[in-house]
Design a protein around this ligand. Structure first.
Ligand code: UD1
Length: 367
């Protein structure tokens, strides 16, 4: 029996851990999964709603760290997580993605000689100004089990000198969740509530510091939205960081004047999946949404200069559009005139990644 600490902290972690937690619960003789929530995200709409939608059990341990600077947040997670590791004495910890909770918990466990499994390993944007890139590089450097979602992840790790025996190409747990919950998400009433017609709105998410902490970049993107909303309604579920900056940069009036741009509260998982499946196209700076749109065959305009998920561009429906106003508007025009590429589903994005991961871990030599 392996005692495993499954770590979550921020919104994009919940849909990645859910399939692992569920799979482990099917093998109670082999695994005792213990769910740890660092509390990096704590708003009801950024956290609790996701536990309900994803049928996750209540966390066994809640560290309640909340928001702070990177150093303070990471340090607080480390201090509290070390106590939990000492108390729980796990055989293994699992971390997902690239948020501060991911690196904080990996570092603590490794120093206590507890093996770390990193899910979504090897992704690289090659932009070290992104906090997530630093979290990815460091977590991968100290993890014992590196589970990759696409070939680029495996290749990046090999190039960094990682022993191939540590790398397991298993597919994408985010897609496991998307498929598992697709029937339930169909019952969401969000389209009716917002009075939206399928295929007749664009969906936006924006929260990267490089876009929303920088008033010039943010304004260039808003300039593009101003034009695009003349042709198609835009729905914009608003991240707390983005909302705060809209206020502090004084953009409220400008946004209020765009009649066809609608800001809504952050959507839960099921409502967001419904919005995603039925939209005409997406404009985003998120990582995961690039993958979800590729799986669903929906055009995705990534408002960044790089992606750590190149398979979504190479074979999927994603394009790296950047933050130039004209380029965003032209790209949206391409979608609206039906000129966007079609795309295919990447290898092993088949809803069974968690099964593969749990299989590998059941044979793992642990602590
Ligand atoms: C974090 C991740 C990012 C991920 C994103 C998804 C890091 C370095 N970044 O960024 O990779 O894509 O989550 O959302 O880990 N806030 C709230 N309520 C909350 C959470 C945050 O109001 O529940 C506000 C706070 O003002 C906080 C700010 O949002 O200061 C930023 O939160 P933080 O967790 O630091 O980073 P995110 O921008 O959410």
């Amino acid at each position: 029996m392996k005692r495993v600490l499954n770590v979550v902290g921020a919104r994009p972690n919940f849909m990645k851990i859910a399939p692992i937690q569920r799979r482990m619960q099917q093998f109670p003789d082999d695994f005792q999964p213990i769910l740890i929530h660092t509390g990096q995200h704590y708003d009801e709409r950024m956290s609790k709603l996701f536990f309900e939608d994803l049928q996750l059990p209540q966390p066994d341990v809640y560290l309640g760290v909340g928001s702070a600077s990177h150093a303070v947040q990471t340090a607080n997670i480390m201090i509290r997580f070390e106590e939990i590791c000492l108390k729980q004495n796990p055989d293994l910890i699992i971390v997902v993605g690239d948020v501060n909770s991911t690196i904080a918990c990996s570092l603590v466990a490794t120093k206590l000689h507890i093996p770390v499994a990193h899910i979504e390993a090897g992704l690289r944007s090659f932009d070290r100004n992104m906090p997530e890139e630093i979290n990815r590089l460091l977590t991968d450097a100290i993890s014992s089990y590196l589970f990759t979602t696409e070939e680029s992840g495996t290749n990046n790790l090999l190039k960094e000198g990682v022993d191939s025996s540590k790398i397991h190409f298993v597919g994408n747990v985010m897609i496991d969740s998307l498929q598992y919950f697709s029937d339930i998400a169909r019952q969401s009433a969000i389209l009716q509530e917002l009075n939206l017609t399928p295929q007749n709105y664009a969906l936006v998410t924006l929260h990267r510091p490089s876009n929303v902490d920088d008033p010039d970049n943010f304004e260039r993107i808003l300039d593009a939205f101003e034009k695009i909303q003349e042709d198609i309604p835009i729905i914009f579920p608003i991240h707390p960081r983005t909302e705060k900056n809209i206020r502090s940069f004084g953009f409220e009036e400008r946004i209020g004047a765009m009649k066809n741009l609608r800001l809504i509260a952050p959507a839960g998982y099921l409502d967001f999946m419904r919005l995603l499946r039925k939209c005409k196209f997406v404009m985003t700076d998120s990582g995961g949404i690039q993958e979800e749109t590729t799986f669903l065959g929906i055009p995705c305009l990534t408002l960044r200069e790089t992606t750590e998920r190149p398979v979504t561009v190479d074979i999927g429906t994603n394009e790296i559009v950047g933050t130039n106003t004209g380029k965003i508007v032209r790209s949206a025009g391409k979608v609206l005139s039906g000129e966007w590429k079609k795309g295919a589903i990447p290898e092993l994005w088949d809803g069974r990644a968690a099964e593969r991961i749990v299989e590998v871990l059941s044979n793992a030599h642990t602590h």
